[in-house]
Design a protein around this ligand. Sequence first.
Ligand SMILES: O=P(O)(O)OC[C@H]1O[C@](O)(CO)[C@@H](O)[C@@H]1O
Length: 501
Amino acid sequence: MVFQPPFPPYDPTDKSGFSYETVLKRWPVILTAIVDQLHRENHDLHSTLGSLEEGTRTEDNARIEAKIVEGKGIIEKVGKLKYEMARDYVMEPIPMDGEAHVDLYNSELEKLAQDSKNTWFKAPWLYAECYLYRLLRSYFVQTTHWKDYDPFHAQKLDVFTKSGPSIYGIATIMHELESEKEALEADPSKLKVLFQEMIQMCLWGNATDLSLLTHISLAEIERLQSVGKEMQAARKEFILRDDQEKAWDHLMTVKDGRVDFVLDNAGFELFTDLVFADFLVTYTPLFTSLSSPKLIPWFVSDVTPPDFSETIKYLSDPSLFLSKPIQGDSSGQSSSTTEEGGRQGHLQKLVDRLRRYVEEEVFLLSVPSGTGLGGGLTGTTSSTSAAAAVASTTAPAHSSLAEFWTAHVPYWDMETHDRQLWEFLRKSDLVVFKGDLNYRKLTGDVSWPSWTPFEEALGPLAGSFPLLSLRTNKADVAVGLDKDVLEKVEEKDGKWRVNGK
Ligand SMILES: O=P(O)(O)OC[C@H]1O[C@](O)(CO)[C@@H](O)[C@@H]1O
């Protein structure tokens, strides 16, 4: 039985909504960026060919030429898609490309056709956006040479390299906290304050405005302890709600427990997720942290299995960040060498610990190591399956743990659509859903009145497992607000639903 919410889904037929703006302006930009990226790749391939001597036609040449032709084919498809989208054409069925969910997406498309909602400006936004990324994936999967290509990879890496200052800042905070470990462990109430600060840090990792990250230190923790809840609330600091306090109390008592992260963006946000996981497995009795990536390039910047390994690798490579200017440094002067070395040392220590957690399978990915795009194993597979440690007792086959996240299905239907995954998450001690899209899927992206309690908006998922949703607002749906708060926020900032602040 699928859940029927009492409100309609957001869709672009409401021209004042964010989905209209997205279909009209934002998706075309994303599609154009893919075309530009492919042109660049093809140009590079041409240059490679050009640099080879006349008459040296090798197998490699033939392969490069074939890849260029296929690249042109994808460019044409993306261009056609952009044309049709702008003109509100009917959305075509996804071709049988051998990867997940073709039938699921296409049968939903047929249902939408019955109500004449199977076009770009009429389909529910959540469905259409997920369909878009799945359709794009089919263009690559159907080729021989671009199957493993992530058209967003260069963008993800570029953003990551610009996050150096925030990454170093957090590494230094973690370093300082480590030196206070004894004081923290001796006083669980300090750890609770730290938990709420970690949630903040992990939350703002999802924002575009990284300046909202706070500085955490033992002194700051003690100050927060001393001012108490009312003062914190008055200063608009984030405080734990009662149910979050209960979740914390549970985490502190559970033995060999597991925290799950349903990941969102690669790079800096993934780094903050790993730091939060590091805090949880280091300071609570939690034993493992299992992260769920997306199996295909998704919403531009989401973490795929190759991104996960790459992030850990690049964090160890200072050259990636060191050339970048320090954000917020108005002096225009670069930091001193000693300072640089100190920051580098703090990051290295943190990264060594993260690496060790990965090696010791304290940090697990929900797919085997070496999983490539689409879920297949790449040639670089290591013998250990990352999911194996968990799988040995509790997990179903890896694809069941990963595929659901690239379906369009609201999470209230998780039990119906992917019972194995639902059962698996039921054994988790905390499931952290990162980012806006996960929030939209948790609430079904329907137009709930904003004072609807979060639990109600979760539908039948409520109570399945302890969950924490960390999202900076990038879509219209928002629930769980008191009416007076809603009124104030509407007055203060007309764009609060979508501007991520
Ligand atoms: O990375 P996040 O936080 O999930 O954001 C993705 C969100 O961004 C958007 O593209 C809007 O900015 C939404 O379509 C989507 O919900």
